[in-house]
Design a protein around this ligand. Structure first.
Ligand SMILES: [Zn+2]
Ligand SMILES: [Zn+2]
Length: 193
């Protein structure tokens, strides 16, 4: 994954790709992304707005001011160039916290609204979970209270990791009481094979 800044000959006042012009800032941007191997989404791990969009702040080299911009817009403009005035970037992957420039498409605001770009609509339209498992059939778990749709595979993995974490904690306690363990080991009866 490279975020090479593109040169633009458009009017400098309209150019907003500024943030990723320096190598340091590009590296800082990339560090905030976790790439989902299955969906290709660049999941934003840093600040997200209340509407679910990733946000990135950086110094604008042209104005010398700190600018905050949507993460997906920063990535899109760094790779594809400035978005035309009046156009919105619509998430084709239905994940607003995805910054993959290939997962967004510039559309008119009217098209964006017609596509039903609300949190509930995008969630309901989600056909796969964040890890690419299908949100359908046996794998779909609908919470009876909140009606939220989640993936059974991921729910099970979450449970397993919780168990593993607690197992690790138990091992830590065992290590702290290492002497008692060693003693027990000495008394262990060997079972012939
Ligand atoms: Zn995506
Ligand atoms: Zn899943």
């Amino acid at each position: 994954m490279t975020l090479a800044p593109v040169e633009s000959n458009k009017s400098p006042t309209k150019v907003t790709l500024g943030p990723l012009q320096s190598r340091e800032v590009s590296a800082r941007f990339v560090a905030k992304i976790r790439v989902n191997e299955l969906t290709g989404c660049w999941i934003w791990r840093a600040h997200v707005t209340k509407f679910g969009y990733g946000q990135f702040s950086a110094l604008d080299v042209e104005t010398g001011e700190v600018r905050t911009q949507y993460a997906h817009r920063v990535a899109y403009e760094a790779i594809h160039g400035p978005v035309r005035e009046g156009l919105d970037l619509d998430h084709l992957c239905c994940r607003r916290n995805c910054a993959n420039p290939d997962h967004v498409e510039p559309v008119t605001r009217r098209v964006n609204l017609l596509r039903g770009d609300t949190i509930s609509a995008s969630r309901a339209a989600q056909t796969h979970c964040e890890n690419g498992h299908p949100l359908a059939g046996e794998n779909l778990y609908v919470n009876p209270g909140s009606r939220s749709r989640t993936c059974r595979i991921c729910r099970a993995a979450l449970y397993r990791s919780w168990v593993a974490k607690n197992r690790e904690r138990r091992r830590e306690i065992d290590r702290a009481f290492g002497r008692a363990r060693t003693k027990r080991k000495q008394n262990r009866v060997e079972i012939p094979v």
